[in-house]
Design a binder for this molecule. Structure first.
Ligand SMILES: Cc1ncc(COP(=O)(O)OP(=O)(O)O)c(N)n1
Ligand SMILES: Cc1nc(C(=O)O)sc1CCOP(=O)(O)O
Ligand SMILES: [Mg+2]
Length: 513
């Protein structure tokens, strides 16, 4: 159901500033990995105010749910009234709704106090397998809640239960389920495929009533996944509260969850099967980038094309043509590396390259020159150990831009994380003629750098079609791809070379997973 605004204005006067506001209606998790506690942390990490209506208090930890105490219905109603009548809520997000009466009360409250959007996470079973809302509630979800929702975010089990036990085993099944759920009434459906067997990626299906989008992110190997559903839904709500479109809110939320899982994959809390993750890890490291919109996706490092104008001149190709061919061939990110150009010439070239990369949705980074990156609004920079320190580049570029740092040692890799870099470029893996006097680290040196950091790593130096497979097959989880200069640009056909290298990398990645 499309809902009207609740009358809150961005600013009611010079001295009043409206902060985006999500109200979560959910259960408390004493272990603080999921539920209300996850929702508050996710909203805080996304820079959004979060108020709470508690529907149940659970005693739970990393082992499971030991007890559930449902809050009396009239007191849930009182909490809803307190917040909705006074506090300019933009978006309501629901989690554990443990009784038919509570669903009814929520329905009535939202009719009395409409908000901009309703995000429904139809929580039924905790990640430990404990039941949080029994089957008797399914019909009230279908009849009252789903038709009001702007988006619902069921996992496979929940989608199946909402559809009367429809089996969901493949991505095609998920597509059918998303469409069938949409027919019940929600304006958008996100079926989460995290539990899909035999899938290398985390695949979710988003259906807006017209188009079906397959959203993929890498599956992070970690025990710390308790609360991912609550966090994803809260992050969608937070982005909607900030004014994002639905698809963009879903993409940002998915990327946020992927990032926090990656950064938290080694933390250890509790002795059970499934641990919590840390929504605010980057803040604790002193990097105040809570407003980052999720511009950087580590999978962009897969096939990283680094340009060289001497090589392009030699083959008689304009830079933009070379970049376009690399992208057409499968390059997932481009770095403009201009060692000889005057600043003005570099800037003009950079502007043209930003145009071409943006038209393909491929990020463009500038080598060394933070000023040029700022002037042409590139997606970020790549800096080395003798260039501007990443910490200062981050201050100048702000939280949104991508920063890569060259690291040859574990110590440099640790510093890159502290400085707020997004990724590490590690080389020379093999001898190269492209960069003078570059030390060769070999695959062992590359592994040592990877293991020293949580940041994603791209390997560089002497990489070509004959050795790229071996690099990818080192099997270190944060090694996300290869960066290549001469094997793409010092060749007759950039398109053919990039296509070939892309195919080799895909093959190697499928061996590793
Ligand atoms: C992806 C990537 N990794 C490493 C480098 C090297 O950067 P740097 O050490 O600053 O050397 P120059 O490229 O500036 O000569 C890179 N450019 N890209
Ligand atoms: C720019 C650069 N940086 C390196 C590093 O080790 O940090 S090696 C390198 C040159 C890579 O070129 P090619 O793919 O032609 O070997
Ligand atoms: Mg440099």
């Amino acid at each position: 159901m499309a809902m009207e605004g609740n009358g809150a204005s961005v600013s009611d006067g010079a001295s009043k500033t409206k902060i985006p506001h999500v109200l979560t209606v959910a259960g408390s998790d004493s272990g603080a990995g999921a539920g209300i506690q996850a929702d508050i942390k996710a909203c805080a990490a996304r820079g959004v105010y979060c108020s709470t209506v508690i529907t149940a208090v659970t005693a739970q930890n990393t082992v499971g749910v030991q007890g559930v105490n449902i809050v009396p219905e009239d007191f849930v109603a009182e909490q809803l009234k307190s917040v909705l009548s006074d506090m300019q809520v933009d978006v309501v997000k629901t989690g554990m709704l443990p009784s038919i009466g509570i669903v009814k009360i929520l329905h009535e409250s939202l009719r009395e106090f409409p908000v901009r959007a309703l995000v429904v996470d139809p929580v039924m079973v905790s990640t430990s397998g404990d039941v949080l809302a029994g089957p008797s509630i399914l019909s009230s979800f279908r009849e009252e809640l789903l038709p009001m929702a702007d988006i619902i975010t069921p996992n496979i089990k929940e989608a199946s239960a909402l559809l009367g036990g429809m089996p969901l085993e493949t991505v095609a099944d998920m597509r059918s389920a998303a469409k069938a759920l949409h027919a019940i009434g929600p304006r958008n459906v996100l079926v989460k495929g995290g539990d899909l067997p035999d899938s290398l990626d985390a695949i979710d299906i988003f259906f807006d009533g017209k188009d079906c989008h397959e959203l993929r992110s890498s599956r992070i190997k970690t025990r710390n996944t308790h609360g991912t559903g609550c966090t994803l839904a809260s992050c969608i709500a937070a982005e909607l509260a900030k004014g994002s479109s639905m698809l963009s809110a879903v993409k940002v939320a998915k990327h946020y969850v992927e990032t926090v899982l990656e950064y938290s994959k080694d933390i250890f809390i509790g002795n059970g099967r499934q641990g919590p993750f840390d929504h605010l890890l980057r803040l604790k490291n002193g990097i105040h980038n809570s407003h980052r919109q999720g511009t950087f996706n580590p999978s962009n490092l897969f096939l990283y094309a680094v340009t060289d104008s001497q090589m392009n001149k030699k083959w008689g190709r304009p830079m933009v043509d070379a970049i376009e061919a690399a992208i057409e061939g499968g390059a997932t990110i481009v770095q403009l590396r201009e060692k000889d150009a005057e600043t003005r010439e570099f800037l003009e070239m950079a502007k043209a390259c930003v145009g071409i990369c943006r038209s393909y949705g491929v990020p463009l980074l500038i080598n060394d020159r933070v000023d040029v990156a700022l002037a042409c609004d590139a997606d970020g920079v790549h800096v080395g150990q003798s260039d501007m320190p990443a910490r200062i580049a981050r201050t100048l570029l702000g939280p949104e831009k991508i920063i890569g740092v060259s690291c040859k040692t574990p110590e440099q890799a640790q510093q890159a994380w502290i400085d707020g870099a997004d990724y590490i470029g590690c080389g020379g893996v093999y001898p190269t003629n492209t960069k003078a006097n570059n030390p060769t680290l070999g695959l062992d040196g590359l592994k040592a750098v990877c293991l020293a950091s949580k940041l994603p790593v791209v390997a560089i130096g002497g990489i070509n079609a004959s050795n790229a497979g071996s690099v990818m097959e080192t099997g270190v989880s944060n090694l996300k791809g290869v960066a290549v200069v001469s094997a793409l640009f010092d060749r007759e056909s950039v398109l053919a070379e990039t296509r070939n290298l892309h195919a080799i990398l895909m093959e190697a990645a499928s061996q590793v997973k």
